[in-house]
Design a protein around this ligand. Structure first.
Ligand SMILES: [Fe+2]
Length: 334
């Protein structure tokens, strides 16, 4: 496999995936879903904007919800280590021809807007207002007890280009999906923080946001989130799982929020940071990669995603052909 080289001394230091900004149609419905089902803490409401954080997060927000006519994603946030890293990031993306501009973002320090090589709108900052961690405030814990934002998954026709750019920026490739003997990357899992991924790119019409994922403390929190969803009328918003992933190996459950944005709750990730941790390849014809047990995802899980604001969507040259629940059941009956 011809993989881009790993860069151990990157030109600037992204530390982690950190925050996402979405538009929603009904702030009350979204507030109930994210507070009671996912278990986020509402840090602040400012007019038509809600700011949430996970129960262990010591920063102001990891989820920003703004009232809007269409369910879109405005930006994906990444933290960098220092203010100097922001300047170095700007130089890096400018040299790549990726659009950059300085922006004002409430409750954040100096903020850099970047459009990456796949067309994904990013937002980088080194500072955010501090808030108390709620991890031992057990009386405030709700639903899935989402601890912290962990990663994003993106659909794009430009998986290899994205992989090359993010690895040049210091991301480690932990796992990838490609047919044996081929250099055709269909999925890449890239990380900065030492677990399987901060950002994942899969082949598909895009760029679009497939999901944002929050870590849950224990497996039983996934089940409790489902129970709470059912009790509050969000039961039909459980789209996939609970189940076990192949790549990343996590226990997971996927929800669609009231506007259709997809949110994953998961746990049981592993540590990956040492020199000898080489990327692990997966064969897409092995259906254990998407469901080691249980049932595969519905077709809509593979195909539906959130558009980014002002970002055109392109079709991939190679059409995805995943094992869907619909295909699986038809084969079982045949
Ligand atoms: Fe995920």
């Amino acid at each position: 496999m011809n993989l881009p080289p790993t860069v151990f001394d990157p030109p600037f230091r992204i530390t982690r995936a950190s925050h996402v900004a979405l538009s929603v149609s009904d702030l009350a419905a979204s507030r109930a879903f994210y507070s009671d089902v996912i278990g986020l803490v509402l840090t602040a409401q400012d007019g038509d904007t809600l700011y949430f954080r996970g129960i262990e997060e010591a920063c102001h927000h990891s989820l920003v919800l703004r009232q809007g006519a269409e369910p879109l994603c405005a930006r994906l946030g990444m933290r960098v280590l220092t203010e100097e890293d922001l300047d170095r990031a700007k130089s890096f993306f400018d040299a790549k021809g990726c659009p950059t501009r300085w922006a004002e973002a409430p409750f954040q320090g100096r903020t850099l807007h970047v459009t990456d090589v796949a067309g994904v709108p990013l937002e980088l900052c080194a500072r955010m207002s501090a808030e108390p961690r709620m991890i031992t405030k057990f009386s405030a814990h709700r639903g899935g007890c989402a601890q912290r934002l962990d990663h994003y998954q993106i659909l794009t026709p430009r998986v290899r280009d994205a992989c090359a750019m993010y690895m040049e920026a210091g991301f480690r490739l932990t796992e990838y999906i490609a047919p044996p003997g081929s250099s055709d990357l269909l999925g890449v899992f890239l990380q900065r923080k030492g677990n399987p991924h901060d950002i994942v790119f899969f082949n598909g019409a895009g760029p679009r946001l497939h999901h944002v994922a929050y870590l849950a403390p224990e497996v039983h929190h996934l089940l409790h989130a489902c129970d709470v969803a059912g009790a509050l009328g969000f039961g039909a918003r459980i789209e996939r799982g609970p189940g076990r992933h192949g790549p990343g190996h996590a226990m997971f459950v996927y929800f669609r929020d009231p506007d259709g944005h997809r949110v994953e709750l998961f746990n049981t990730h592993y540590q990956v940071m040492d020199l000898e941790n080489e990327p692990v390849g997966w064969d897409p014809s092995d259906h254990n990669i998407s469901f080691p047990w249980g049932l595969p995802a519905q077709r809509k899980w593979f195909e539906q995603a959130t558009n980014f604001v002002g970002t055109p969507v392109s079709e991939p040259e190679r059409k995805p052909n995943p094992m869907t629940l619909e295909t699986y059941l038809s084969k079982q009956q045949g």
